[in-house]
Design a protein around this ligand. Structure first.
Ligand code: HOZ
Length: 420
């Protein structure tokens, strides 16, 4: 028995399912999850001594790879000054200035500790600002684990084939298919809706790009109906461009949720947007929002250091070049396997379906049994990929040509091995 499997058995005695977040459980693929010992650059090492090229990157945050020395030094210096104060610091101000400068829609920002908090508070703020209760979310998008948005959600909810979750209270959540503008407009015409929330590039039903004109159409419809447009850029923020998907696609939402990369691998997220909306937040406005560890000095230090490196000229061109390089190397093997690769920037998913899906319903048509075999074969070949067809891989910017060659060759072998 491997050390990972022994640890999983021990974990299951004291932690539900042995994991602290369901997507880590490997329930939809073959075998047990490796328990991780450490990460270095683009590599992960498990407790059994196996080394993997890491294309999960902690589900998105690690655009600079593991334990980047510049980030480590920043966190070490912050720790030496004290882990938490529950009081304002200058670093928070400078960090907020960095975020405002980078993200087109953000005139003011509030720091929180997780993406779930960011979307929860953004939706509350939208309701408070508009005086409306209903919100519209798109099928297959995932916005964290709180009541309003655990409806027709992607990520772990889809992986475990649940329509939502017992225990949630979401009577005012409307849904429409992702990439179906007419359906969304019909909902807005039929109901007074506080906000439309979506991942502008879906990453939680695998990587699904917005159809041409879709984001622009939602923007127009929201403006026409007095509805706030919320981009959940927890995955896409600082990943698809410094200014996220909104910069890449040129569509500006009213509110933006950030997470993952913005915290440099530490628990930090944010939501922000137009000043007049953000001014409705407590203590200036009546919409309450709070958090003891919000703006935590260690997380702020990691986030600031990360953003500093992302602002280096050419960073995103290089990341695009790497991502194109992997896609090009995989094109032949993927086509021969009858699969398809969906990529936007450095987010990508290999779907076991002949053409890349455009909607959640199409993702559900994939060959999940083959995905499970493929995933296990990838692990055995030394490539660590997300353990669900409903997730996106995230490439780190440190991948070398040699890494890309080895990764593509390993994935090609895994594709061949996973054929029935
Ligand atoms: N949001 C990520 C999965 N799509 C990872 C967070 C989690 O659910 O554990």
């Amino acid at each position: 028995m491997s050390t990972s499997s022994e640890l999983l058995a021990q974990a299951r005695r004291v932690i539900p399912g042995g994991v602290n977040s369901p997507v880590r459980a490997f329930s939809a693929v073959e075998g047990d999850p490796p328990f991780i010992d450490r990460g270095e650059g683009v590599h992960l090492y498990d407790v059994d001594g196996n080394r993997y090229i890491d294309l999960v990157g902690s589900w998105g945050p690690l655009i600079l790879g593991h334990a980047h020395p510049f980030v480590v030094d920043a966190v070490r210096a912050a720790m030496a000054r004290g882990a938490s104060f529950g009081a304002p610091t200058e670093a928070e101000v400078r960090f907020a200035e960095d975020i405002v400068a980078a993200v087109p829609s953000v005139e003011q920002v509030r720091l929180v500790s997780s993406g779930t908090e960011a979307t929860m508070h953004a939706l509350r703020l939208a309701r408070g600002f508009t005086g409306r209760d209903a919100v519209l979310k798109l099928d297959g998008c995932y916005h964290g684990a709180h009541d309003t948005v655990l409806v027709s959600a992607g990520s772990g909810v889809a992986t475990y084939a649940r329509p939502g979750s017992p225990g949630i209270l979401a009577p005012a959540t409307l849904t429409a298919p992702f990439n179906d503008l007419d359906a969304a407009v019909a909902r807005l015409e039929a109901h007074p809706v506080a906000a439309v929330i979506l991942e502008p590039v879906a990453g939680n039903m695998g990587c699904v790009a917005p159809a041409p004109g879709y984001l622009e159409g939602l923007r127009e419809a929201c403006t026409a109906h007095g509805t706030l447009l919320i981009f959940d850029e927890v995955m896409t923020g600082f990943r698809l461009a410094l200014g996220g998907a909104q910069e890449r696609f040129g569509v500006t939402p009213d509110l933006t949720c950030l997470g993952k990369i913005v915290g440099g691998g530490l628990p930090l997220a944010a939501f922000g947007g137009r000043r007049e909306i953000m001014q409705r937040l407590s203590p200036v406005g009546p919409v309450y929002q709070a958090g003891t560890l919000s703006g935590n000095p260690l997380a702020v230090a990691a986030g600031r250091a990360t953003l500093q490196l992302l602002r280096e000229p050419g960073f995103y061109d290089h990341l695009e070049h790497i991502s194109e390089g992997l896609e090009a190397r995989l094109a032949g093997p993927v086509a021969r396997a009858g699969a398809s690769l969906s990529r936007v920037g450095s987010m990508m998913t290999l779907f076991f379906r002949a053409t890349p899906p455009r909607r959640f319903a199409e993702v559900k048509e994939c060959d999940f049994e083959r995905f499970a075999r493929f995933h296990r074969a990838c692990l055995e070949e030394g490539v660590y990929l997300p353990c669900s067809q409903y997730e996106a891989a995230f490439l780190p910017a440190l991948l070398t040509d040699e890494d890309l060659d080895q990764t593509a060759a390993a994935i090609a072998r895994a594709l061949a091995r996973s054929a029935a």
